[in-house]
Structures are given as structure tokens and as C-alpha cells.
Design a protein. Structure first.
Length: 203
């Protein structure tokens, strides 16, 4: 069963409270690391998504990231995060194979940032007034960066209006839909999507 909770006490003063995720696929936490050491059991594939200026240290190397940027870590990697607002997403190595939508249709106008055997990471983008043609997604982590409004037409379901909140973390079911940005701001988010039929490293 998926468990959701708030980490408000860990956030800087004035920051919005965001939910974290702990399910069969991922563990995601905001403003806290649970898998910074690559020697910790179960800590293999990890993604840090930055919500405010953050420094990440890997050994003697340092990398400065700004909002919306990310760092991906694999087996044996260890890191230290020096920042007050970020999200750590841990891919569970024994996660099940992702459920597939009825069709696999690539989403246009997005940018792939990282591609692994069982998941990929992309920046979701859609300008105000723009429409993304019918496309599909499998199960995925969604981290939104801007406030805007979307009109969606899911296959075999009624039209849907969705208010997008910045810094929200969610885990979404497979879908096939058409999306229009009817808000004033561009849609911008970081999406970690599981490849259908591919289980984790330890399955």
C-alpha cells in the first residue's frame, strides 16, 4: 500500500509542505536524504531534484545546482547535499515491473535527461496555450515546478481540469491523454517514469 506523509518540520521557514512517497517503486523525501551512502543496502539508483540553490558534494568534487536541475547516482555512489530544499528519489531495486497503458505513444515537446534500464527521467514542458498531442505514460513520479492549469482529455474518461501546484510530489497511474496548458505559466516538471515490463535490478 502506498504511504504518504508530510515533512513540514524539515522544511525551511515559509516553504510549502510537500508530500513524500513510499511505495513499491520509490521512496521520495523532501529536504532529507535517506540514501546518501552507496553502501547502504537498497541504495542503488537515486535522483536528487533541486527546488532551490543547492550544492552536492561527491568526494572532493562539488556541483552547484539551481531550481529544476538534478543529479543522478548509481551503484556505490555516495554524496552530501548542502541545501535546504530538494527532493531525494530512491528507486527501489526490487520494484515490480511497471504497468503499461493500452498503447505506448511517445510524448512530444519534452526533454529526456537520463535513461536507465528500467526508468527514464525527463523535463516536462508545455507553453501557455500549447497542446501536447495524444500520448501515453506508465507509472511515474511527478515533481512540478510551476503553478499552472491543465485541461486533459484522458482516453475513455471525461475532460479534466487540473490545477498544478509548484513543488508538489506525486505518483501517477498509467494514462493515455491529450493535454492543453490553459494557465498563465509554462508547465515545467521533472518526471521519473518507469519503463513498462521492466522490473528492478534485484527482481
Amino acid at each position: 500500500m502506498k504511504r504518504l506523509w508530510c515533512l513540514c518540520l524539515l522544511l525551511p521557514l515559509g516553504a510549502a509542505c510537500a508530500q513524500a512517497i513510499d511505495n513499491a517503486f520509490v521512496r521520495a523525501t523532501r529536504a532529507a536524504t535517506t540514501c546518501a551512502s552507496g553502501k547502504t543496502p537498497g541504495c542503488i539508483d537515486r535522483i536528487i531534484v533541486v527546488l532551490a540553490a543547492t550544492e552536492i558534494h561527491v568526494g572532493s568534487a562539488q556541483r552547484s545546482l539551481t531550481r529544476g536541475e538534478l543529479a543522478v547516482f548509481g551503484p556505490g555512489d555516495s554524496y552530501t547535499v548542502n541545501g535546504s530544499d530538494f527532493i531525494e528519489v530512491v528507486i527501489k531495486p526490487d520494484h515490480p515491473a511497471s504497468s503499461a497503458p493500452g498503447e505506448m505513444i511517445a510524448a512530444e515537446k519534452n526533454t529526456v535527461l537520463f535513461d536507465a534500464n528500467d526508468f527514464f527521467v525527463f523535463e516536462e514542458k508545455l507553453s501557455p496555450g500549447d497542446t501536447r498531442a495524444r500520448h501515453s505514460h506508465s507509472q511515474r513520479v511527478v515533481i512540478q515546478l510551476n503553478r499552472t492549469t491543465l485541461r486533459q482529455w484522458p482516453d475513455n474518461k471525461p475532460e479534466l481540469i487540473m490545477e498544478i501546484m509548484p513543488d508538489a510530489i506525486g505518483f501517477s497511474a498509467p494514462v493515455i491523454h491529450v493535454v492543453e496548458n490553459i494557465g498563465a505559466m509554462p508547465l515545467r516538471g521533472v518526471i521519473i517514469e518507469f519503463k513498462p515490463g521492466r522490473a528492478g535490478r534485484n527482481r
